[in-house]
Design a protein around this ligand. Structure first.
Ligand code: BES
Ligand code: ZN
Ligand code: ZN
Length: 494
């Protein structure tokens, strides 16, 4: 999808569709809409009077062959109440809705007209992110692909300054990185084993100019990553630990090092504590946390934060093979802590235990992990919010500010000391499930914290937000790419 700035007068922009938006209770059109209305001989105003232009959020009104405009169609999207309008989040949705509405209708060249209230660099970035995210297709394995594509988008209404071009580039990097991660999350597990994920990460790192090292099963054994090995031993596919590094050009001595750790279980059958058959196919997306971190690294390589960033992605299958670990087994993690495995389906926390410990060994002074960790987070927050845990509280709050800036919904969740009691084991240091008295997302988080120690740390449980079963006007069903934009924002401000 080609995206460029357009500076022609709006009525003379040639396109298959010209897109703009209206707010609730707008009846006299001035500025951009005034100009369009005048070119259309008052027909826009008449449309408003007709009551069809309700401006409800993301409601669409399509005008064919609008007299007075060079464009073949005029698409007007509802923007809701102006006082509730968030330039980032809402422009992303409006731009995305335009793509998902127009693509199946055969539009190839479109023009997006931003109004006078939203002419910042942030607005241009949001529009580009929304366009690209909405363009994502899951048709890789279809023999007959949809031939329809939006070939080019002209952005009208912005100043043609360097600020705008930089914002467009920024938006493109984020949008493409999001889609890179979503493509990985979509892959079935036979097309994305731990070794294949490592190869995809290597190709990405090479292209983006990032450092990468992939630890194979021998190196993993040498490092004594017993918790990861315990999960991996039930599968014939060997595990991998993917380490991706970004180093700033002029590293400040003593600067913090951000560690990004992402769960990458390329298929979670549950292991010996096997999952029920219904919906098990979805467990191909249990590598969503790992994909999130790889997507974030891809973006950071281009955006160049001032701090070094290390991503550690432990990748494995969780299978019930003959050598699989069994409920009751005790594993020794890399840190030396012993773990009683009560339920082999609580495998994410096991592989993260070794991965966060290893990230600290590699020099990470601050941590963020992302994982499709618990079904319990869906009970708590549905598919609306990411569950955000962390210590100290100030570090978590700082991260939540980035989430707000990025327009991603995340909610702070508790990890008070009481949860520690729930993961005490009778025969080992800790057990990998809670006491069965609820709080499943919090006991999962506490388990990871055992290996984080005092390092400032945020844990994002994305189990219910990394994938959506129903499409939204601005986003296809399937992988969402959630958390990447917040993590990138946080790293850039660090
Ligand atoms: N991968 C699952 C969590 C999950 C559930 C992700 C639904 C996406 C959608 C995780 O490994 C798991 O199985 N967790 C168990 C933990 C329990 C056994 C303590 C869970 O949440 O049921
Ligand atoms: Zn599991
Ligand atoms: Zn899992």
């Amino acid at each position: 999808m080609e995206i460029q700035l357009e500076t022609q007068p709006y009525p003379s922009i040639q396109a298959d569709a010209l897109i703009t938006y209206v707010f609730d209770k707008e009846d006299k059109f001035d500025g951009v809409l005034g100009e369009i209305d005048r070119a259309m001989d008052g027909h826009l105003h008449a449309l408003g009077e007709s009551g069809e232009l309700t401006a409800k959020p993301l409601e669409t009104v399509l005008v064919h062959f609008p007299a007075g405009l060079a464009a073949k169609r005029l698409l007007i999207i509802g923007a809701g109440k102006p006082d509730k309008f968030d330039v980032g989040a809402d422009l992303r949705k409006i731009a995305g809705t335009a793509v998902r509405f127009l693509k199946p209708r055969g539009a190839k060249k479109i023009a997006f007209l931003t109004r006078e209230g939203e002419r910042s660099a942030a607005a241009a970035q949001a529009v580009v992110e929304g366009l690209l995210a909405a363009d994502f297709e899951s048709d890789k394995y279809r023999t007959e692909k949809k031939s329809r594509a939006i070939e080019s988008v002209a952005l009208a209404g912005f100043d043609a300054g360097t600020g705008t071009t930089a914002a467009i580039d920024h938006g493109r990097v984020i949008g493409e990185s999001l889609n890179f991660a979503r493509d990985l999350i979509n892959e079935p597990s036979n097309k994305l084993t731990p070794r294949m994920l490592a190869a995809r990460a290597e190709a990405m790192a090479k292209e983006a100019g990032l450092g990468i090292e992939v630890l194979d099963e021998r190196k993993i054994a040498e490092l004594k990553m017993g918790a990861l090995i315990g999960v991996a031993q039930g599968s014939v596919e060997p595990p991998r630990v993917i380490v991706v590094r970004y180093t700033p050009a002029n590293p400040r001595p003593g600067a913090p090092v951000l560690g990004l750790v992402g769960k990458a279980v390329t298929f979670d059958s549950g292991g010996i504590s096997i999952k029920p058959a219904a919906n098990m196919e979805k467990m191909k997306y249990d590598m969503g946390g790992g994909a999130t971190m790889l997507g974030a690294m891809r973006a950071l390589a281009a955006l160049k934060p001032s701090v070094p960033v290390i991503a550690v992605v432990p990748a494995t299958e969780n299978m019930p093979g003959g050598r699989a670990q069994k409920p009751g087994d005790v594993q020794v993690a890399m840190s030396g802590k012993t773990i009683e495995v009560i339920n082999t389906d609580a495998e994410g926390r096991l592989i993260l235990a070794d991965a966060v410990f290893y990230a600290r060994k590699l020099g990470a002074t601050h941590l963020i992990d992302a994982a499709t960790l618990t079904g319990a987070i869906e009970v708590a927050l549905s598919n609306v919010h990411v569950g955000a845990f962390g210590t100290p509280r100030e570090y978590l709050d700082k991260f939540l500010e980035s989430a707000r800036a990025a327009g991603e919904k995340m909610w702070p969740m508790p990890i008070d000391d009481e949860y520690e009691e729930m993961i005490k084991s009778n025969i080992a240091d800790i057990r990998n499930t809670g006491s069965g008295k609820g709080g499943g997302a919090s006991t999962g988080a506490w388990f990871i914290k055992e290996f984080v120690d005092d390092t400032p740390w945020v844990h994002l449980d994305i189990a219910s937000t990394c994938w959506v079963d129903e499409g939204r006007p601005w986003l296809a069903k399937g992988p969402t790419g959630i958390a990447i934009r917040s993590i990138v924002d946080f790293a850039m401000k660090m």
